[in-house]
Design a protein around this ligand. Structure first.
Ligand code: ADP
Ligand code: MG
Ligand code: MG
Length: 258
């Protein structure tokens, strides 16, 4: 049983102009994600959803100016990026990076070694990867390709879910995992997330602009993000309301306050 706890989180981002003041993006985020729970974070573009995931992951551009993030009571903000992964946090990036010259299989083994604390035995590892790839309808030849190089949008997303199923984190943060997926890829990726949840009692923070992925992955809690914080929380029915009415009611309230 694990708990990711975010308390009154404020995050600023360094702008390209070094003389300019830092821009505050997150303005007091409170969120608790436990094992076995799925939380959807929804909100308009630019509301700070990705900033939240970068801050949890420890991206150097995003500075936590106040507030806390803990995983099972341990101070996540004091950990390096690697330590966060080892502690059981996983971030699937909105825009995954390319790693030329490193095959998928090797990349995944290195990642697994880092999180498990020892290198998985090669023969077992190859088996494990093959089986996980088959679950995700990924071609075997894919394992020999360089990480993300020339991958289509859908292939990148499947790769992220492949990582998720092999690394078995305690809490997974999935940022716009649904963007750019066709109907079949969306189903396969969603099934991968659901398998991860079921097999590991994993906690999921699912960040998405659109409600369609929530038809495949049922959230226990839905939070609306606007202006750098959670402005409303509810159950799956809140996503249905957003599907009908969009974010207007939240963005208007935000403008009125600003
Ligand atoms: P979302 O994921 O909800 O679309 P983001 O977290 O990407 O929102 O962005 C929130 C706000 O922070 C936006 O106004 C965006 O322009 C700004 N922002 C995010 N990252 C950076 C950055 N690296 N440099 C400058 N501004 C940024
Ligand atoms: Mg954005
Ligand atoms: Mg984003």
């Amino acid at each position: 049983m694990s708990t990711l706890e975010i308390r009154d989180l404020h995050v600023s981002v360094a702008t390209d102009d070094p003389a300019a003041p830092r821009k505050e993006i997150l303005r007091g985020v409170d969120l608790t994600v436990r094992s076995g729970e799925t939380h959807a974070i929804m909100g308009p573009n630019g509301s700070g959803k990705s900033t939240l995931s970068y801050a949890i992951a420890g991206h150097p551009k995003y500075e936590v100016t106040s507030g806390t993030i803990t995983l099972d009571g341990e101070d996540v903000l004091a950990m390096t990026v690697d330590e966060r992964a080892r502690a059981g946090l996983f971030l699937a990036m909105q825009y995954p990076v390319e790693v030329p010259g490193v095959s998928m299989t090797n990349f995944l083994r290195t990642a697994a070694t880092a999180t498990r604390g020892e290198a998985p035995k090669l023969r077992l590892w190859v088996k494990e990867v093959k089986s996980a790839m088959a679950d995700l309808d990924i071609d075997a030849a894919f394992g020999e390709r360089s990480v993300n190089e020339g991958f289509s949008g859908g292939e990148k997303k499947r790769h992220e879910i492949l990582q998720l199923s092999l690394l078995k984190p305690k809490i997974a943060i999935l940022d716009e995992t649904d963007s750019g997926l066709d109907v079949d890829a969306l189903r396969i990726v969603s099934e991968g997330v659901n398998r991860y949840k079921a097999d590991n009692d994993g906690g999921v923070l699912l960040i998405t602009h659109y409600t369609r992925i929530l038809q495949h992955i049922t959230p226990d809690h839905v939070h609306v993000f606007s202006g750098g914080r959670i402005v409303e929380s509810g159950g799956a029915e809140l996503a249905d309301e957003l599907e009908k009415n969009g974010y207007v009611r939240f963005t208007d309230a935000d403008k009125a306050e600003a």
